[in-house]
Each structure stands twice: as structure tokens, then as C-alpha cells.
Ligand binder design. Structure first.
Ligand code: RIB
Length: 305
């Protein structure tokens, strides 16, 4: 049986435009294309873990609209267990995304149904959490729910991963003791630690601070620079495979899902990080959130250029 990954988080329909550059305030740009693509950090991480070898259950909420049906259908198509994906009387979460010619993006999300994922819903699906090997949370659902899920995961003795995305402020101090792996990007690591993070050396200082705050281990993702691992005893830098980027949307989600799937399958931390990085590198060579996420054979066949 493949190892079991449970993802607790958001499902969003991504409304994606491509434009030569990101618009400035008050400016109208002529876009080049538009697409409606299944996304949401939680759902993307669930799809990544499933395509990369894990058995996956999703815990989340969609709206009673056509997007909700499509978001659920996208997960079912990946054989992801959706018994804990509830349909609520609201609009589904949406993300308005602009991707520019340099493959950078800007995103505005509207939570919609994701806001209905309360701690009580987590308790209702406790059996799903009990069956997990690894539990992953992000920050696109209410903070009270994330804190509750992290602590329940810790109580159950599961491996608990928090991808604190999006984060613009420190996390509640009492969450840290429940986190085995904290996986922020540079700006999230900066928001959480209160320190600048723009070089490998500043990333090390921030990671040390996050461990002092109580996180078990920290992996700061550094985009094309790879990632920095810290466990309180040592730091290790993992350079990223070099690829030609088309769209970085969901690269972080692909790393988190791939890392979780590999860790749950028994790989070492170092191998799980390298595996997640190859998956994330492949994802940036393709457009969109879930459509960009590679499969296990894609990762196994990858050869660094
Ligand atoms: O991480 C990428 C995701 O962020 C997109 O799919 C979008 O839905 C936003 O949540």
C-alpha cells in the first residue's frame, strides 16, 4: 500500500491571464490569454502528492457552484479520496492570477467556501486524520482550523508539515511545537521570523530563529536557488535543477506535495528534498497550477540539462 498523505486546505478555481508584465496600480494592460484552471494551495499539494506516488485524502470545502463540481472532479480524476471535501452554500474559492513574460505571477485570492473549513469540520473527519502517515496544512483556510489540525496531527503522532503560504505576519506561537517540517518561501520565512531573507546566509539566520521558536525542522524554498534545510544542528543547501521557466504557479505546492509523498514512502529527508525539487523544477516548465504538476515517471525520467 502506498503511504497515506492527508492534505487539509484550500481548493480554488484559478482565473489566469498572461500579460507582458504585471499591471501597476490604476493601469489597464492588454492580456495575451485567459484560462480557467483548477488550483488552490491545498488541492495543488494533494494532486502533487498523488501524482508523485502517495495515497491521498483531501479535507476541504467547495461551493455549491460549477467551480465546486469541477474542483472536486479534478481531485477524483487523480484518485484522491474526497469523502472529506464538503459542498457548502457559498461560492467556491477563486484566485485571480496574472503571469508575465518573465514567468512571474501576482495572485489575489477570495476564500469563499474555503472559509467554511472550521475546526468542527476537522473533528467530523477525524478518522481521515487518524489514517494518515503525513498531514499537510497551508494558510488559505481559517487560522483557527490550521492551528486545530496541526495540534490534532501532533496528538495523533503523525508527521506534520506546515507550508505557511500565504503568510504576511508571524504565526501563533503555540503552533510551532506541533510542526515537524515548516516549509516557507523566502518572503514567508521573513514574515514569520521578522528577519530579512534574501541570501543563503540570511535564510540560515531566519531558519535558526524559526527552530528557536519551536519548529522541528525548517526547509526554506529559494526559487531557482533551491532550498535550505535546517534541523537545529546543521544547515544544508540543496541547489535547484536548472530549467527554463514558463510559469512558477504551484511550484512551491509541487515541492511540498512531492517532499511529503517521498518522505511518506520512506525516503531520507535529503532524498525527499531532491525529489521535491525535481518535481517543482518540472512544474515551472509548464503553465497553470494542477496541469503543471508532473507524475512519478516524469520525475524518474528527469535528467538535468
Ligand atoms: O500556489 C498556487 C496557488 O495559489 C494557486 O493555484 C491559487 O489558487 C493560489 O491559491
Amino acid at each position: 500500500m502506498p503511504a497515506k498523505v492527508v492534505v487539509i486546505g484550500s481548493l480554488n478555481m484559478d482565473l489566469v491571464t498572461r500579460a507582458p508584465r504585471l499591471p501597476r496600480g490604476g493601469e489597464t494592460l492588454i492580456g495575451q490569454s485567459f484560462a480557467t484552471v483548477s488550483g488552490g494551495k491545498g488541492a495543488n499539494q494533494a494532486v502533487a502528492a498523488a501524482r508523485l506516488g502517495a495515497q491521498v485524502s483531501m479535507v476541504g470545502c467547495v461551493g455549491s457552484d460549477a467551480y465546486g463540481e469541477a474542483l472536486r472532479g479534478a481531485l477524483l480524476a487523480e484518485q484522491i479520496d474526497c469523502q472529506a471535501v464538503s459542498t457548502v452554500e457559498d461560492s467556491s474559492g477563486v484566485a485571480l492570477i496574472v503571469v508575465d513574460d518573465n514567468s512571474q505571477n501576482a495572485i489575489v485570492i477570495v476564500a469563499g467556501a474555503n472559509g467554511a473549513l472550521t475546526p468542527e469540520v476537522i473533528d467530523r473527519f477525524d478518522a481521515v486524520l487518524q489514517a494518515a502517515d503525513v498531514i499537510i496544512c497551508q494558510l488559505e483556510v481559517p487560522d483557527a482550523t490550521v492551528g486545530h489540525a496541526l495540534k490534532r496531527g501532533r496528538e495523533l503522532g503523525k508527521t506534520v508539515i506546515l507550508n505557511p503560504a500565504p503568510a504576511s505576519r508571524p504565526l501563533p506561537a503555540d503552533w510551532y511545537a506541533a510542526i515537524d517540517y515548516l516549509i516557507p518561501n523566502e518572503s514567508e520565512a521573513s514574515a514569520l521570523s521578522g528577519l530579512p531573507v534574501d541570501t543563503l546566509s540570511t535564510a540560515e539566520t531566519a531558519a535558526a530563529r524559526l527552530i528557536a521558536m519551536g519548529a522541528g525542522k525548517v526547509i526554506i524554498t529559494l526559487g531557482s536557488q533551491g532550498s535550505l534545510f535546517a534541523d537545529g544542528k546543521r544547515f544544508e543547501h540543496f541547489p535547484a535543477p536548472k530549467v527554463k521557466a514558463v510559469d512558477t504557479t504551484a511550484a512551491g505546492d509541487t515541492f511540498v506535495g512531492g517532499f511529503a509523498a517521498a518522505l511518506a514512502a520512506g525516503k531520507s529527508e535529503a532524498d525527499a528534498i531532491r525529489f521535491g525539487q525535481v518535481a517543482a523544477a518540472l512544474s515551472v516548465t509548464r503553465a497553470g497550477a494542477q496541469p503543471s504538476i508532473p507524475t512519478l515517471p516524469d520525475v524518474q525520467a528527469f535528467k538535468a540539462p
